[in-house]
Design a protein around this ligand. Sequence first.
Ligand SMILES: [Zn+2]
Length: 446
Amino acid sequence: MKILKIVEELDLLAQSFEELGQLHIAALIDRATSQLQKQAVEKAFRKEDVEALRKDFLMLMKNVDRIVEYEDFTKFREAVKQWRAYYENAVYQEFLSELSAAIWLYLTGENRYNEQFDAEHKKWYEYWNKKIRSGTWDLYIQLSNIPKSLDDQTAFNMWTSIKKEWADKVKREARKAWGVLGEFLEWMAGRNQTPIKNVQEKHVEVTEGFNVTYVGFEPTKEHNVKSMTEFQAGLKHYRERASQVFPLLLKAKLPIICDFQCKRSVGGSYERDHILFCAGSFAGPQGVAHVMAHEMGHHIYKSVLSGHQQNYWTHAIHQDWGPLDLNHLLKEWKPGEKIWTLEERLADKDPILSLQIACLTHESLPEHMNWDDREDVEAYIAEHGPIITVPKHPITGYGHKNPEESFCETLGLLVSYGPRALDPLVRSWLHTILPEVRVAQAESNL
Ligand SMILES: [Zn+2]
């Protein structure tokens, strides 16, 4: 159940990652794992779950005085056994297995390892682990102290003589268990009031000539410092490269917000009057420069390009789609290879085909194919024939979501990686609508 939910959420996350344009797998997986784990922890420690456990327990215990003959007792004993298994699962499988992660969440607001909190985490983990185990275990033991090994009638007689003592003990141990679980949940709920979580400091600074508002930056957090370094090096790279290939980009300097507490999984987004960066999902300085140029691309497309220029670009992108013979793909495909491995492998050998695979399978494209294996493509050919339509001069997989995204990805690649990252034909389209873009000159400078 929990696993299924997590898989669903991973899908959602994967979709939002597409906004990033260029994927940076390690950083994204790290982020996804951290987020999913945080969600799992928050689910495992809900007050309602402990409350439900307790309610079922009270209902069970109401039956103690209703048992009048041994058949009732046999049924009751079975119910106790079932509740006990349920309790064991809830406390020991669900609750305690997430304890370590929960304490990270309490201390740091997330799940990523952070040596700053290592000692404190260890201390709290030992404290709560011991406390919860010893506070909840006696109930489990006491519940199993119910007469069972004799024949039904004898067990029933025995039960009758000890039932009051048994029930009192069970209830006492249960109070102890609810007490300790409640105490822990109370402690967890207090995490929002901890100063660590509440720091949402803002400061405005001029970085590489840009007005940047830094939100929630915590100099004690190693990953914040890392993101900050990447971000600032990325802006530097962007400024230097943009001044060479497309100085107009630097004339329109939108203010930037760089959010270190950002919970979204995209690298950045264009917000019309500013650009938002989500620190934590950066793919190095070049990745930052790519995102910056991509988001500025939206600004240029929407507020600089004339209708005529937009039409030219849209037409150029649309007319470029043409047939691909999938047998060509099968020829390159090694047995047992996954399509993403094939795509990666072809990146140097046949970059166009590699990007065409990216276009065909990119989830943000409405008509994308759910292909994993060679057999999937063979099945497609059997049903539809070997010819499929793809961009003949693809930009990036995500870039073919629509012409505006194509334009943004073109600028992103050009600024961050240089003109050689673009097909000559795509460069010429760009040059036609924006003659001031130095696609050829800059290349000789590289
Ligand atoms: Zn975009």
